[in-house]
Design a protein around this ligand. Structure first.
Ligand SMILES: O=P(O)(O)OC[C@H]1O[C@H](OP(=O)(O)OP(=O)(O)O)[C@H](O)[C@@H]1O
Ligand SMILES: O=c1cc[nH]c(=O)[nH]1
Ligand SMILES: [Mg+2]
Length: 209
C-alpha cells in the first residue's frame, strides 16, 4: 500500500476546519503546519536511530537513542508545500531542506517544472516530500522522479488530502514510496480539484486570488 490514510481524531478535526468556506489565511496556514507536524510523527515511526553514550544526571554513563536527523531532507513542493514545512521541521529541526518548484498546468493538469535546489548528498538521505494536495498525483510523481534521478533511494511523502486518482498514480509509478495523507477523499472534479477537498491550497496559504 503506497498511500496510507492516517486515521486520528485530531487530524479529522483539523482537516474538517480547513474545508470550511471563508477560513482565514492565518487559520489555514496554522492548520496546514499542525497537520504537517502530526503526519511527521506518524510517518517517522520506523526511521532509524543511533545509539549514543551520554553522561546522565547522576554522572553515570547511559546509552540513549538519537535520531539520524542529519540524514533527512524535507522537500516542499512549491508553493503550497511550504505551508506544511514548519510543522515538519519543528519535529526534525536538523533536517536539511530541498526545494522543488512545480505548478500544475490548469488545462492539461500536467506538472510544469520551474526550479529545484536539492541537497547535494540526497543519495545519502531519506527525503520527506511535503505538499498539501495529491490530486492527479502528477506533481508528486514528477518530484519522486527528480529525486530518484539525483540518486535518492528512500522517499516518503506527506499530504493533507489525497484523491484515489493520485493514489493510483503513485502506486503504479513508485510503489516503493509511501505517502501519508490526513484524509483520502472521493474523487476529482472536471477541473482536477479534489472533491470534497478544500479548494486551491496554494491560494489559501498565500492569500492569492
Ligand atoms: O496531484 P496534482 O494533480 O499534480 O495536483 C497537486 C498539485 O497542485 C497544487 O499545486 P499548484 O499547481 O496549484 O501550485 P501552487 O502550490 O504554486 O499553488 C498542489 O499543491 C500540488 O502541488
Ligand atoms: O484540489 C486541489 C487540486 C490541486 N491543487 C489544489 O490546490 N487543490
Ligand atoms: Mg495552487
Amino acid at each position: 500500500m503506497a498511500v496510507i490514510e492516517i486515521k486520528h481524531p485530531l487530524l479529522a478535526h483539523k482537516v474538517g476546519i480547513m474545508r470550511e468556506s471563508g477560513i482565514s489565511t492565518k487559520q489555514f496556514r496554522e492548520l496546514a503546519s499542525e497537520i504537517g507536524n502530526l503526519l511527521t510523527y506518524e510517518a517517522t515511526r520506523n526511521i532509524s536511530t543511533d545509539e549514543v553514550e551520554i553522561q546522565a544526571w547522576d554522572d553515570s554513563t547511559l546509552t540513549v537513542e538519537r535520531l539520524k536527523g542529519k540524514k533527512i531532507t524535507v522537500v516542499p513542493i512549491l508553493r503550497a508545500g511550504l505551508g506544511m514545512m514548519d510543522g515538519v521541521l519543528q519535529l526534525i529541526p536538523s533536517a536539511r531542506v530541498s526545494v522543488v518548484g512545480l505548478y500544475r498546468d490548469e488545462e492539461s493538469l500536467e506538472p510544469v517544472y520551474y526550479f529545484d535546489k536539492v541537497v547535494e548528498d540526497v543519495d545519502e538521505r531519506t527525503a520527506l516530500i511535503v505538499d498539501p494536495m495529491l490530486a492527479t498525483g502528477g506533481s508528486m510523481v514528477a518530484t519522486i522522479d527528480l529525486l530518484k534521478q539525483k540518486g535518492c533511494k528512500n522517499i516518503m511523502g506527506l499530504c493533507l488530502i489525497g484523491a484515489p486518482e493520485g493514489a493510483k498514480a503513485i502506486e503504479e509509478a513508485h510503489p516503493d514510496v509511501d505517502i501519508y495523507v490526513a484524509a483520502m477523499d472521493e474523487c476529482l472534479n472536471e477541473k482536477g480539484y479534489i472533491v470534497p477537498g478544500l479548494g486551491d491550497a496554494g491560494d489559501k496559504l498565500f492569500g492569492t486570488r
